[in-house]
Design a protein around this ligand. Structure first.
Ligand SMILES: Cc1cc2nc3c(=O)[nH]c(=O)nc-3n(C[C@H](O)[C@H](O)[C@H](O)COP(=O)(O)OP(=O)(O)OC[C@H]3O[C@@H](n4cnc5c(N)ncnc54)[C@H](O)[C@@H]3O)c2cc1C
Length: 414
């Protein structure tokens, strides 16, 4: 580790590793710091097809294709009564290689990104925690204070600090920028199963989203390699964690209340403990400042429903890295320059957020939405693929926006 870098990136998740890779590749001295020992466990296994382009830019497509990660070609929904929708096959909508994506063990996936950052020239240091981000008296970020696992504390200076610290959201917490999303106070309880029944053929690697009775909660079903399936339950935080049941009992009860899971779990056994994540949805009211910028979950996280988290982390990291690289070229590392990409990103992500909120109203269904608004079927599939950040997308989503609002308010009213 040097005493000074052009850029310090906090967090060795998808956001931090991507940003560090691109900035180091552009020739800037870069330090990537991760508090845990790499590889480390993480939730968030299902990718969106549009991750393809970031992985291509990082030079990782061949590694992904040669990996053991399960191929994901579709998403499927199962109603509270157990009725299975026709799968949304990404390739039917867009017959390109990029329409097949992956279900990943995050420890392995994130390690691959971490290694890539090192290959492209970043100094990657794990088992080292950022204790503080340092600012000068004008509010410009000037570096970080670190502590390694052996107890050594150091201050390292930089011209830019990129915060990819995930849910810890280091800078936003320090500066009081975090805002809860009031109607998304959710919690998730999940575990891993061996020998859960999967479909055959192209739907075998699908993410399946299944409601429980009365739509009180929903399950994700994510097939991983070695016949392991990630099975997680999401519901209102109060319902999941505060009704006199411990998380294990709540999870078991919701499993029984999920018709879609019964035949899938007939011959399955759980491996390992269950895990809990609570109140993970939030946004930030400022995303960049002089010499700093937020990326990935540190910027905000909506909901696991459409598997948008890793994809958003990659997109934000790319855009922020480009803004930083351009900022060095222009000698402008101001808030305006480092946050120049944020409005475009927020526009695309807002529609995802609205569709998440619509899903949580009791009556909304994708089938019903498409029946009532068939002209938007393709656009809806675009959203499930993650194709929301292309030129012209705004016009289409501006047209779709009031229709989604209408569907949400009708659902709430009924
Ligand atoms: C229940 C649940 C299910 C999800 N399912 C999906 C899914 O199926 N698909 C999907 O795409 N997304 C999913 N997500 C979201 C996904 O997990 C995140 O969006 C994604 O990991 C964000 O990547 P990131 O790089 O921003 O943050 P992370 O992946 O969280 O990486 C941040 C890193 O920063 C490190 N760090 C934190 N503080 C410090 C510090 N002080 N010093 C040094 N290092 C630090 C952490 O150890 C961590 O490794 C899910 C989220 C939840 C809560």
């Amino acid at each position: 580790m040097q005493n000074s870098y052009d850029v310090i990136v906090i967090g060795g998740g998808p956001a931090g590793c991507t940003a560090a890779s691109l900035i180091a590749e552009a020739g800037r001295s870069t330090l990537l710091v991760e508090r845990e020992s790499v590889p480390r466990f993480h939730v968030g296994e299902s990718l969106m097809p549009e991750c393809y382009w970031s992985l291509e830019r990082l030079g990782l497509l061949e590694r992904m294709k040669n990996s053991k990660f399960v191929r994901k070609k579709s998403v499927q929904f199962v109603t509270a009564s157990g009725k299975e929708s026709a799968p949304f096959y990404f390739e039917q909508h867009d017959p390109r290689e990029s329409s097949t994506t992956w279900q990943v063990e995050r420890a392995d996936f994130d390690k691959m990104l971490w290694d890539r950052a090192g290959e492209l020239g970043a100094d990657c240091v794990d088992s080292t925690r950022v204790l503080d981000v340092l600012f000068d008296d004008k509010g410009r970020a000037t570096g970080v204070k670190l502590r390694s696992d052996d107890g050594e504390v150091r201050e390292i200076s930089s011209q830019v600090v990129m915060d990819g610290s995930g849910q810890q959201s280091f800078i936003a917490n320090k500066l009081g920028l975090r805002e809860d999303i009031p109607n998304l106070k959710k919690a998730a309880i999940w575990g891993y199963y061996r020998n859960a029944r999967r479909d055959e053929g192209d739907n075998a690697g699908a993410t399946v989203i299944m409601h429980t009775l009365d739509r009180d909660s929903w399950f994700w079903f994510i097939p991983l390699s070695d016949d392991i399936t990630s099975i997680g339950c999401v519901g209102d935080s109060d319902y999941m964690l505060k009704q006199g049941l411990d998380s294990e009992a709540r999870y078991e009860l919701e499993l029984e209340r999920c018709p879609g899971l019964q035949s899938r779990l007939e011959h399955a056994e759980r491996v390992g403990k269950i895990r809990v994540a609570k109140e993970y949805s939030y946004w930030t009211k400022q995303h960049a400042g002089d010499g700093w910028v937020l990326i990935g979950d540190a910027f905000g996280f909506i909901d696991p429903l459409y598997s948008s988290g890793v994809y958003f982390a990659l997109v934000m990291a790319e855009r922020a890295a480009d803004a930083v690289i351009e900022g060095f070229a222009r000698n402008d590392l101001s808030e305006k320059q480092l946050g120049s990409w944020c409005d475009g990103f927020k526009k695309g992500s807002t529609l995802i957020r609205k569709l998440v909120e619509a899903f949580y109203t009791k009556e909304f269904s994708f089938g019903g939405f498409i029946r009532d608004n068939p002209e938007f079927q393709g656009n809806l599939t675009d959203l499930l693929i993650g194709r929301i950040f292309y030129d012209g997308a705004e016009n289409i989503f501006d047209k779709m926006d009031p229709v989604v609002d209408q569907a949400r308010s009708t659902s709430v009213a009924s």
